[in-house]
Design a protein around this ligand. Structure first.
Ligand SMILES: Nc1nc2c(ncn2[C@@H]2O[C@H](COP(=O)(O)OP(=O)(O)OP(=O)(O)O)[C@@H](O)[C@H]2O)c(=O)[nH]1
Ligand SMILES: [Mg+2]
Length: 594
């Protein structure tokens, strides 16, 4: 049967998952009774947030064709999911909302798809909406991709979706079949409690079936394949995965670390060597670029005994989200934990929620920070992902911060406010481009630290939700930074340290000491909180002592009630971290950046 492999790419909320719903209906892939809106968004978190977080592969039958569709996320924090999906496809549907028009991630996803050599099918969605600017958006798209074959659809009520399926057959080339030796790209993976780590593969050439002995090129290990299959959307067993197919392979891989996204699956060495003798050679596929996280934070188990469970949970999470980076770290305040790297604040939040909810581990996270490049006096260069590790000022020549190129799309009426926002964030304007009457593209060079935390929310609120943002790393530039430390009763708490610009150090010191005073509960003794920079105390606050006897109120002899209160107090203490004698609630560790 002929195959077509394609993905749907777009800016966030332009209707990718809804379009996938209509395709699944037309092709009768999912029974009617199981159909619901954005049916492919199956994770609880996806449904709660109303966004796609993971790319979802699914196989459909349409006429005499097999379609492998991948629905991708639109939020900038999950763009690595898009990159990986592209490598499994020959075509991409570029979906554009008829009201919003081309937006920041429309452009960035389009460029990624073109780089990956995909055929682009431009589609305007939501044409049912009364305020759709179909002609404007069509012109915008023509400018962008130089094709006037633009389809109009409404993913909501199904208009134009069958034409789109026909267009896919016509325009997206069938997968190439070169050579008969197995080469399959691992584009994603999953950890199943019973079946172990499961690689999701796109077979580039050759075939794979149960009983085959396969080897992972980079990992080097050999496994026997127990089951192969595809997604519909659950795993569905099949006899074979052939060249061009997208599916999964189960080989009872117990160690999550054995599966690496981007790796190539080949037939085992024995056959591999034989093939060499025959004069053929199996090369690994190019795989993916490593992603560099934008935001870092310490993640610690709330209860030190959960360290191993946290480690295991992270190993499993990385399988379903290969953009997550982590390495062990030790904090004097928080004990053993991990420094995790995320692609953005939403990514961080999702990972934290998954750790707590899917994996059931209570965690303490430190405030997020970016990665600094530090040039030392002795000529060395170090990367700082944890402010607590910044060397002494006397050893530092300069501290450099990452600068990004930010691209903002907005209707013209908000330009003034947006420029003001960017200028206030140390931005340098690069260009202002008028795309059409009601859409302007503004480009700025801005320090990453200014853009990553609350910029997006500010941008959305000053533009009433109309502006969109995309950014990419540009370069490291020296800045005037100092380390700000916090001392609790004279003891420096490493997890509270941050790197701030010199001019903001005093303001930050005052803010932090005040904030911590509000968060840290009164104890049996006085707690003094100090902020220090370059060895000087720059701000101070104190939490007055109380005598906290929770049972004092229950006079009378009700011993069970007393015991209950004491138990409850003990329960509350589990959520605290002890610094010296001082009990600090876990929210405090997030106070550093608010
Ligand atoms: N009126 C109308 N609404 C639509 C249409 N397509 C999608 N929507 C709505 O747009 C919103 C976003 O749709 P989704 O399908 O979740 O968008 P998405 O592109 O998958 O979003 P992300 O995966 O988070 O990037 C939902 O409220 C949909 O009901 C359409 O054709 N017409
Ligand atoms: Mg979606």
């Amino acid at each position: 049967m002929d195959k077509r492999n394609f993905c749907i790419i777009a800016h966030i909320d332009h209707g990718k998952s809804t379009l996938a719903d209509r395709m699944l209906e037309i092709t009768e892939t999912i029974p009617k009774r199981l159909m619901r809106e954005q049916v492919l968004d199956r994770m609880d978190l996806e449904r709660e947030h109303g966004i796609t977080i993971k790319a979802h592969p699914i196989r459909m039958r349409y006429k005499s064709f097999i379609f492998n569709l991948i629905d991708t996320p639109g939020h900038v924090d999950f763009s690595y999911e898009v990159t990986r999906s592209l490598a499994a496809c020959e075509g991409a549907i570029l979906l554009v909302d008829a009201v919003q028009g081309v937006q920041a991630q429309t452009m960035s996803n389009l460029y990624m798809a073109l780089d990956a050599g995909l055929i682009i099918i431009p589609v305007i969605n939501k044409i049912d909406l009364p305020n759709a600017h179909i002609e404007d958006v069509r012109r915008e798209l023509i400018d962008l991709i130089d094709s006037d074959e633009i389809l109009l659809v409404s993913a909501k009520n199904g208009w134009g979706v069958e034409e789109l399926l026909e267009r896919i057959i016509e325009k997206v080339p069938p997968p190439r079949r070169e050579g008969s030796l197995l080469q399959a790209l691992i584009f994603d993976s999953y950890y199943d409690e019973y079946r172990g780590a499961i690689p999701y593969v796109r077979v580039m050439c050759g075939s794979i079936r149960a009983g085959d002995i396969v080897q992972f090129f980079r990992g080097g290990k050999t496994f026997e394949v127990q089951e192969v299959g595809y997604f519909s959307p659950d795993r569905t067993k099949s006899e074979v995965l052939e060249s061009g197919d997208v599916g999964y392979i189960i080989c009872n891989i117990r160690d999550a670390k054995d599966v690496k996204v981007g790796d190539t699956v080949v037939k085992s060495k024995i056959k591999y060597q034989k093939s060499r003798i025959e004069g053929q050679n199996v090369e690994p596929l190019p795989g993916y670029c490593e992603v560099t996280p934008y935001v870092y934070a310490g993640v610690y188990p709330a209860d030190g005994e959960d360290y191993d469970s946290l480690k295991e949970a992270l190993e499993k999470l990385v399988l379903t989200d290969s953009s997550l980076a982590y390495e062990p770290e030790v904090s004097s305040a928080l004990g053993f934990g991990f420094r995790c790297g995320f692609l953005g604040m939403l990514h961080k939040k999702i990972i934290e929620e998954r750790l707590e909810r899917e994996m059931g581990i209570s965690i303490v996270t430190t405030s997020p920070n970016i990665r600094y490049r530090v040039v030392l006096r002795n000529g060395g260069i170090i990367w700082i992902e944890n402010p607590g590790q910044l060397p002494k000022p006397t050893e530092i020549e300069n501290i450099e911060e990452p600068i990004v190129r930010a691209r903002i799309f907005t209707p013209p009426e908000y330009i003034g406010k947006i420029l003001k926002l960017c200028e206030g964030k140390r931005g340098i304007q690069r260009s202002i481009l008028y795309h059409r009457e009601n859409m302007v593209e503004i480009e700025y060079e801005i320090p990453l630290s200014e853009i990553i935390f609350d910029f997006y929310d500010n941008l959305k609120s000053i533009s009433q939700g109309f502006a969109s943002l995309d950014y990419e790393f540009l370069e490291y530039k020296p800045g005037d930074f100092v380390k700000l430390d916090i001392l609790v009763n004279g003891k420096q708490v490493d997890a509270f340290s941050s790197i701030v610009s010199k001019e903001r150090a005093y303001h930050e010191g005052v803010r932090l000491t005040r904030r911590l005073k509000e968060i840290i509960p009164r104890q049996l003794f006085e707690v003094v909180i100090q902020a220090s920079s370059n060895g000087r105390i720059i701000a101070k606050s104190r939490v007055a002592p109380i005598r906290k006897d929770v049972t004092a109120k229950c006079y009378g002899g009700d011993i069970t009630r007393k015991r209950k209160l004491l138990e409850r107090q003990k329960e509350g203490k589990k959520k605290m971290k002890r610094i010296g004698m001082v009990e600090i609630p876990k929210e405090a560790f997030l106070a550093v950046r608010e």
